[in-house]
Design a protein around this ligand. Sequence first.
Ligand code: NAP
Ligand code: FER
Length: 335
Amino acid sequence: MKNRQIVLAARPEGLPKESDFRLIESETPEPGDGQLLVKTNFLSVDPYMRGRISEMKSYADPVAIGQVMVGGTVGTVVESKHRRYRPGDVVVGDWGWQEYALSDGKQVQRFDTSLAPISTALGVLGMPGLTAYFGLLDIGQPKPGETVFVSGAAGAVGSLVGQIAKIKGCHVVGSAGSPAKVDHLLTDLGFDAAFDYKQVTDYAAKLQEVCPQGIDVYFDNVGGALTDAVFTQINVHARIVVCGQIDQYNATRPPRGLRLLWHLIVKRARAEGFLVFDYVQRYREAQEQIAQWLGAGKVQYQETIVDGLENAPGAFIGLFRGENLGKQLVRVAQP
Ligand code: NAP
Ligand code: FER
């Protein structure tokens, strides 16, 4: 049986290109004692992968040229010589951009298929959902009546941040990159205000208009000029949750440094970065809460799904063009 895999072919410069990736065929491995063979149903493409394919070393070594692309996956056990798994079990892990993977059962979680469709294991009930939950509630600490502004609001993380902030009784404002996304935030997700950042030149004036009481919590997915403008609009004791800086992920020169920290002094405000992985001990608590909100109809989620392993590079590159509404996924094989 053949396996198909996508490997890194070249280190991208700037925005990644399709030719930075290559599809290869190999033999599907046979599970040995204590191993299971998993068939990938969905793989996740995420902004953080841009960092993993650059030279820079971070929490993990960079993906090597010729190595299978890393990333979150959900799939079905097809063969098992592991005592805890049976064929048909749905499991979540990090086996990357390939049709089949061997696992020793470590760093694999079973997915409870009674909760929601299995794709949600990579979205609202997975890493992005947990990021929204802990970033907003733990770092942002929103109080009823406060104004929460979230950038990248129509994406996987941002869309849940806004909805949780509404549940917490906040005035919720978001920015996103198209009129259709703005309409979705206002009509479907219950945002109080939203704007298309691609059609705004004076961000500070726009923020003043949509956040007339100032900004108490800024959930930053984007960085750049929009974030500069937020610094001028924060309230006393504001919390800036530094979640992502996608505006800079493809930069070929280092960005200009922070120069607006004066506002943190005047407003006795806090800007704090965080990584979702630090909350692993509390994932279950968050997943139970999000699943309960989903069941009660208090939050909804969107997914943008492309079919076929070969389309994973294009889906990944599309994140930087804003082609996704909600969570971007690649369906490798029907569940
Ligand atoms: P996402 O928002 O679903 O997808 C990325 C979105 O970013 C695109 O849809 C696009 O939407 C927007 N975008 C792309 N380039 C942009 C630019 N130059 N300026 C403004 N917006 C741009 O992705 P996600 O998975 O939910 O991640 C959102 C952010 O959270 C990312 O920055 C990611 O790195 C970060 N993150 C952090 C953690 C953590 O632990 N700290 C964990 C997960 C994710 P538009 O159409 O609106 O431009
Ligand atoms: C992300 C951005 C950055 C993310 C993780 C990181 C899981 C971590 C970077 C590092 O440790 O270098 O979106 O998502």
